[in-house]
Design a protein around this ligand. Structure first.
Ligand code: NAD
Length: 580
């Protein structure tokens, strides 16, 4: 069973007549209303509000500039209003929401476009040319009154762009990671009515039935916009809109078919044909963008720049499903791991618009990682470490045994089965460095000593090298296997480890180079503690005050593992039974 959660939002939605505005305001208990909206509809709204009207504000602007909001807030305060009514498009609605954000005043919205903002808890605002978006429950309007008559004056070009904006909400909701049976229903119905209504509205803007369908579709789509997470299309519109100050609805209208085609969605071609038939801009160039503007942006924007028919892809969903289905006969855990891997990899390629050349580069990279790997040089562990994957797995492991000493990554330099060494031995065996007496205890989660636990220890020398990295070194150096005594205690001698770079002469080193990262690890000593009946603890102790604690290249440092090494290392490891 797939699990989901859906919260029906407490907004009152009325399809009816503007004449009931006063009554709707009364339902909300509003007696002193600030009315936002241009004279076009504002005058009728003012008349409908009658004595409830306290003040008017006519200057709402696209993308809710904060200086406009400040002016409106002043008017609200001067007239001591107890609620806000906005009539107009997304711009008027945005201002009402911004006022609510600051004052908590209830809102009644009368939308005259298809933007859908009236149904969401999302507010986008601009300050100093920068747009920021936030979600807040008090931003969501309490009531919405749709009157189709008001939309009859909306020019065809604005209607078409705004309608495609609404369609985008429905399309993205369909593929949202948090889609639910409810948003699926709303989105499917919204898509159906918007696509059938748009050509009819374009052909006859006074067609009340077509306008009604479009407005209903916009309502359902707006509900989806609030209830499901929007994806690539909204990200791109937001990104380009913010960067180049593009008009909101038109940007959605231009990009939608391209993003849909890019994602291999079935109805991409149909949406392209629909958009092509409408009197709206069909390319980013028509919105004023040039080749230079989209340099380095995803490939699909190049097609959108020129308005050429988007290259349609085979339905990638079907392909992914086919591969996932091929694992049906695998043992449970294998099936889960492989299916998730394939879905993630396919999604990665799609989201990044991976090119053939990039794919070949990745294969070459992995091949080089394989070739450079030997018994004593493990490039794949380095890759996993430097991408933070090892630490993710480690944190997951840790979370299963919260009462024990935190674990840390194994790292690439562990050699299985170091020689068993008597307690008290000096691991440094005459190597230069700051002498470090070590006195550790191994206890269980009841703080009882764990005797005869096998403790493998390995560390770098003063220059930051492990024995396996030094061809002239024969046999294990700064590496040993001990056993705890009857008190769970272990004493030996060594030297203070130093920071060191991970081997950087392979593909992983090149990667660090390209992204401008250093290859250093914070100074540490590795421990692996094992005893039958207990969970094996793999961890590291870091030198407090050591270099690179904040930027360890394998993301391996944990607060609980940073220890004062001054004058010696004194530490108690806590391990748990294997059934824990
Ligand atoms: P808009 O409100 O700016 O209206 C577009 C134009 O149409 C304006 O010139 C307006 O005066 C005119 N107009 C509106 N209704 C009319 C009518 N019935 N007859 C004649 N002319 C009419 O634009 P919009 O596309 O409705 O909204 C865009 C704004 O809404 C953007 O700022 C966008 O960020 C925001 N928005 C926010 C959300 C959200 O959930 N927060 C969702 C969608 C849009």
């Amino acid at each position: 069973m797939t699990s989901f959660s859906y919260a029906a939002n407490p907004v009152r939605v009325v399809f009816g007549s503007l004449d009931t505005l006063g009554a709707e305001a009364g339902r909300l208990g509003l007696g002193r209303v600030l009315l936002i909206g241009s004279p076009r509809h504002g005058d009728r709204a003012a008349a409908a509000l009658g004595s409830r009207l306290a003040a008017r504000f006519e200057d709402a602007a696209m993308h809710t500039p904060v200086d406009v909001t400040e002016r409106a807030l002043k008017v609200a305060a001067e007239h001591d209003v107890d609620g806000v009514v906005a009539i107009g498009g997304g711009s008027a609605t945005g201002l009402a929401k911004a006022i609510a954000l600051h004052t908590g005043l209830p809102q009644l919205i009368v939308p005259t476009t298809y933007a859908g903002s009236e149904l969401t808890s999302v507010l986008g605002q601009t300050a100093d040319g920068r747009k920021t978006t936030q979600r807040a429950a008090k931003v969501r309007p309490e009531a919405v009154l749709y009157d189709v008559e008001l939309t009859l004056t909306l020019p065809v070009s604005v209607s078409a762009a705004s309608g495609l904006n609404a369609l985008a909400h429905a399309v993205e909701a369909t593929y949202a990671p948090d889609a639910t049976p409810m948003t699926d229903l709303f989105a499917a119905e919204a898509k159906r009515v918007i696509m059938s209504a748009l050509p009819r509205v374009a052909a006859n803007p006074s067609d009340v039935d077509a306008r009604t369908d479009l407005l209903r579709g916009a309502w359902l789509a707006g509900t989806c916009l609030d209830a499901a997470t929007m994806g690539l299309h909204h990200q791109l519109c937001h990104h380009l809109g913010g960067k180049f100050g593009l008009p909101h609805a038109e940007t959605h209208a231009v990009l939608l078919p391209y993003v849909m085609a890019h994602q291999g969605l079935d109805d991409a071609a149909e949406v392209f044909d629909l958009a092509a038939s409408l009197p709206i801009p069909h390319s980013l160039a028509e919105l004023g963008l040039t080749e230079a503007d989209i340099e380095g942006e995803p490939d699909l924007l190049r097609q959108a720049l020129h308005g050429t028919r988007p290259a349609t892809r085979p339905s990638l969903k079907a392909l992914t499903k086919q591969v996932v289905d091929s694992f049906a006969g695998a043992p449970d855990r294998v099936r889960v791991l492989l299916s998730e891997l394939v879905e993630t990899l396919h999604g990665y390629a799609i989201r990044t618009d991976l090119t053939q050349a990039e794919w070949e580069y990745a294969i070459g990279f992995l091949t080089r990682a394989g070739h450079i790997t030997t018994e004593t040089r493990q490039e794949f562990i380095l890759l996993s470490d430097t991408l933070g994957l090892s630490s993710v797995v480690d944190v997951l492991t840790n979370s299963r045994t919260p009462d024990t000493t935190p674990s840390a990554v194994l790292g690439p330099f562990y050699v299985d089965g170091p020689p068993e060494t008597p307690q008290g031995t000096d691991l440094a065996a005459g190597l230069p460095g700051t002498p470090l007496p070590v006195d550790i205890r191994v206890v269980d989660t009841d703080d009882e000593p764990v005797a005869a636990a096998v403790v493998d220890v390995w560390q770098s020398n003063e220059d930051g090298f492990y024995d396996v990295q030094l061809p002239e070194v024969d046999g294990p150096v700064l590496r040993a296997r001990f056993r705890t005594d009857a008190d769970g205690r272990l004493r030996f001698r060594t030297i203070v480890p130093s920071a060191y770079p991970i081997p950087a002469d392979g593909p992983v080193g090149q990667m660090l180079d390209v992204v401008g990262r250093h290859p250093y690890r914070a100074p540490h000593v590795h421990f692996m503690i094992a005893k039958p009946g207990y969970r094996t603890l793999i961890t590291q102790l870091f030198v407090a005050g050591g270099e690179y604690l904040d930027s360890d290249t394998v993301f391996g440092v944990k607060d609980g593992l940073i220890v004062d090494f001054t004058g010696g290392l004194d530490f108690t490891f806590r391990i748990s039974g294997s059934s824990a």
